[in-house]
Every structure is written in structure tokens, then in C-alpha cells.
Design a protein around this ligand. Structure first.
Ligand SMILES: *[C@@H]1O[C@H](CO)[C@@H](O)[C@H](O)[C@H]1NC(C)=O
Ligand SMILES: *[C@@H]1O[C@H](CO)[C@@H](O)[C@H](O)[C@H]1NC(C)=O
Ligand SMILES: *[C@@H]1O[C@H](CO)[C@@H](O)[C@H](O)[C@H]1NC(C)=O
Length: 359
């Protein structure tokens, strides 16, 4: 019988599930006395002390003869010929370890965790699609998730998180995403052996790498990549949907204003739009903000060309619409089912209209 402390390097027992096993079905968490055991029939089961099954591999009677945790963090169940009958690397959740991939025909996306305590699907996903990789934010008000980042590229069968020495001497190591056409997308370059890294889609929708340096006794983990960051060539923090909480104008990675009918006020975490009391057109109106985009505007085309009035009508007749965004240069229109972070743009031809109750 194995105990969870085996996997201490992925930080704790809960990470064991989060890193490699899929989200547990019977419970969000398991207690300290839960045990992982490989039955004689070859099924690997995580069960509570009272026998309640938290999670299992469903590999009973498939010829499994052994279990091994490989040095790269992949946990495998092997048959007598050494073939992998089951491997944790096939079930990424919100994290990829070095060597692990998302792929066509298998798991094609990473999904964030809801919260540190609730190990269930959160609202963000990083998805391998035929012509791009894309990042989505799922919102309660709309069946369609909102695209907040995408990177067009050649079709690829997989995206694999890899670590390769940059020089023969190993002075630096490149952390990248490898594609099936032989290419790779560079992410970070720690100046030490950074094989012990993981790439994670965070609860805030950011994609980050943490790297472990085993030569030091504390502070061994450091963040070596952050996709939405002031120093990133992907995006700034302002492109993160929840950077400014429920509502805020974001500029230079910071929340600089709380929009209101009285104009732009100082921002604080309590900034939010007034709750609508009814969706009858007579019960609400809009106020206008100039020089902002909704976080969805950058990577989605919206609809149009349409007149600004028609864009407004679309929002007015849609009970779930909380506001609309309009670009006067291109006459394109975006209907917003959440507000959250609005990005400041230099051009005042980008307009935002926020729905507010009449009283
Ligand atoms: C785990 O087992 C120990 C020793 O039997 C017991 O004291 C403790 O309460 C148990 N914890 C849980 C969460 O069941
Ligand atoms: C880098 O670290 C990994 C994991 O600790 C180890 O297996 C590998 O041999 C190291 N590479 C070099 C060149 O030392
Ligand atoms: C702002 O909009 C005007 C009017 O459509 C356009 O000509 C100009 O190029 C835009 N400026 C910037 C900085 O995008």
C-alpha cells in the first residue's frame, strides 16, 4: 500500500489529483487517511478509510502487473511486457508536467480549478483547436464561453510541454510548447536545470510556469513564466477577465478607474455595475464610456458592420446583456454578458455602453 506522501514534490496530496489524475468524482477532496492501493485485479483505487472510493483508474482485469512513478512525475500501470496500460500523463487537468501534452484524440484542454478548496472545474480553459490555441472564460450568464486570448498557428496534433538545454554546457534551459510539425513556442529560459517545472492554468485564467530548483532548502519554487504580465510578450494583465474584479478600467496592468454614470471614479475592489431590477426597456438606460474595449474585443470579431443604434437595440432586447461595446472605425458590435475588466485604449472611437436601472 502506498501513501500520498510519495508525491510530496508536487506539493501535497490534493495536487496529486490535480496534476495528473483527473478530478475526483466522489468528492472534491479526500482526507489525510485516504489511501491509494493497487488491487490484485490491477485497479488503482484512492479510497477513504471507510472504503468510499474517491477515484479509480478502472483498469481491473486488463493485465496490469505493476505500478511505477517515473522520475518525470508520470505515474504508470504496466503489463507484463512493460506496456503502459494506464498513465497519469494521459489525464491532464489544469497542469502539464515536463513531457506531458494535450492532444487531439485525448485530452485537448486544461481547465482551471474553481478555488484552492474546491477541486472542481473552474471557469477558465486553455484549448488546443485545429487552427489555434485558445483561452476561454465561462460565464454564468451565457452558454458560450468568452474568448480572451488566442494564438493562430499551423495545425498540430499535440502541444507538449518540454524542457531542453539551451547550450551544451547546460547554462540555460528552454521551457517551450512543442508542436507536431517539429516547431515549438518558447515560453521561458531559466538559467539552471529546469526539468522540474509545471505549466498551470491558474484560477485567475493566467497561464504560468513554476520551476523547482533542488539545490536550495527553501523558496525552491519560482514563477518562471506568466502569460499575462507586464513583462510578457503574450498579453498584459489587463487582458485577464477578472483583473479588475466585477468591473474596472485597466491601463498599464493596473485598475485605474471605476466607471459610473457620473464618469470615471477611483477604482476599488467593490467597483461593480448597479444591479438591474427588470429587463423591460422602460426600466433601464445606458451610460457611455469612451476609449475602452471589453476584454473580449481583442480576440473576437463581434458582429457587424452595424450602426451603433442597432448594436444598442440588440442589447436592449436581450435580457442577459449587461452592456455593449462598439468600434466607430469598423462599425463592429460586441454584446457583453459580463463586464469585468475593460481595457483602456488610446482611441476614443471605442465606446462602451453599460446598462443601469432607471431607479
Ligand atoms: C486519521 O487517522 C488518525 C489515526 O487513526 C485519526 O486520529 C484521525 O482523526 C483521522 N483523520 C481523519 C480525517 O479521519
Ligand atoms: C536535469 O534534471 C533532471 C531531473 O532532476 C535530471 O534527470 C537530468 O539528468 C538533469 N540534467 C542534467 C544535464 O543534469
Ligand atoms: C483612431 O480612430 C481614427 C478615426 O477612425 C483613426 O483614423 C485613427 O487611426 C485611430 N487612431 C489610433 C491610434 O488607432
Amino acid at each position: 500500500m502506498l501513501t500520498l506522501s510519495l508525491f510530496v514534490w508536487v506539493s501535497n496530496g490534493l495536487s496529486l489529483l490535480i496534476v495528473g489524475f483527473g478530478k475526483p468524482t466522489a468528492a472534491n477532496q479526500f482526507s489525510e487517511n485516504a489511501t491509494l492501493s493497487l488491487g490484485t485485479n490491477g485497479n488503482l483505487v484512492l479510497a477513504e478509510a471507510d472504503g468510499t472510493v474517491v477515484w479509480q483508474t478502472n483498469t481491473a482485469n486488463k493485465g496490469v502487473v505493476g505500478f511505477k512513478l517515473l522520475s518525470n512525475g508520470n505515474m504508470v500501470l504496466r503489463d507484463s511486457k512493460g506496456n503502459f496500460i494506464w498513465q497519469s500523463f494521459d489525464y491532464p487537468t489544469d497542469t502539464l508536467l515536463v513531457g506531458q501534452s494535450i492532444r487531439v484524440g485525448g485530452v485537448t484542454k486544461l481547465v482551471s480549478r474553481k478555488s484552492a478548496k474546491e477541486n472542481v472545474d473552474g471557469s477558465y480553459s486553455f484549448v488546443l483547436e485545429p487552427k489555434q490555441w485558445a483561452m476561454y472564460h465561462k460565464i454564468s450568464n451565457s452558454p458560450q464561453p468568452v474568448l480572451y486570448y488566442s494564438s493562430p498557428r499551423q495545425p498540430t496534433d499535440y502541444l507538449k510541454f518540454i524542457c531542453t538545454p539551451d547550450t551544451d554546457e547546460g547554462f540555460a534551459y528552454d521551457l517551450s510548447l512543442e508542436t507536431s510539425d517539429g516547431g515549438s513556442s518558447f515560453l521561458a529560459r531559466p538559467k539552471y536545470n529546469s526539468t522540474a517545472s509545471f505549466l498551470r492554468l491558474g484560477m485567475d485564467g493566467n497561464l504560468v510556469i513554476y520551476t523547482y530548483y533542488d539545490k536550495v532548502s527553501w523558496g525552491a519554487y519560482e514563477k518562471t513564466f506568466s502569460a499575462f504580465d507586464r513583462d510578457s510578450n503574450w498579453e498584459t494583465e489587463c487582458q485577464l477577465p477578472e483583473r479588475c474584479g466585477k468591473l474596472g478600467v485597466c491601463e498599464d496592468n493596473q485598475c485605474v478607474a471605476c466607471p459610473s454614470e457620473k464618469g470615471l471614479l477611483g477604482w476599488s475592489k467593490s467597483c461593480e455595475a448597479k444591479k438591474l431590477t427588470s429587463c423591460a426597456a422602460k426600466d433601464f438606460h445606458y451610460y457611455k464610456i469612451e476609449g475602452v474595449d471589453h476584454y473580449m474585443c481583442k480576440y473576437t470579431r463581434g458582429s457587424g458592420p452595424v450602426k451603433v443604434e442597432d448594436c444598442g437595440k440588440k442589447c436592449t432586447s436581450d435580457c442577459k446583456c449587461l452592456g455593449y461595446f462598439y468600434n466607430q472605425d469598423t462599425s463592429r458590435c460586441w454584446i457583453a454578458y459580463d463586464l469585468m475588466t475593460l481595457t483602456k485604449v488610446s482611441n476614443s472611437t471605442h465606446l462602451g455602453f453599460i446598462k443601469v436601472p432607471n431607479k
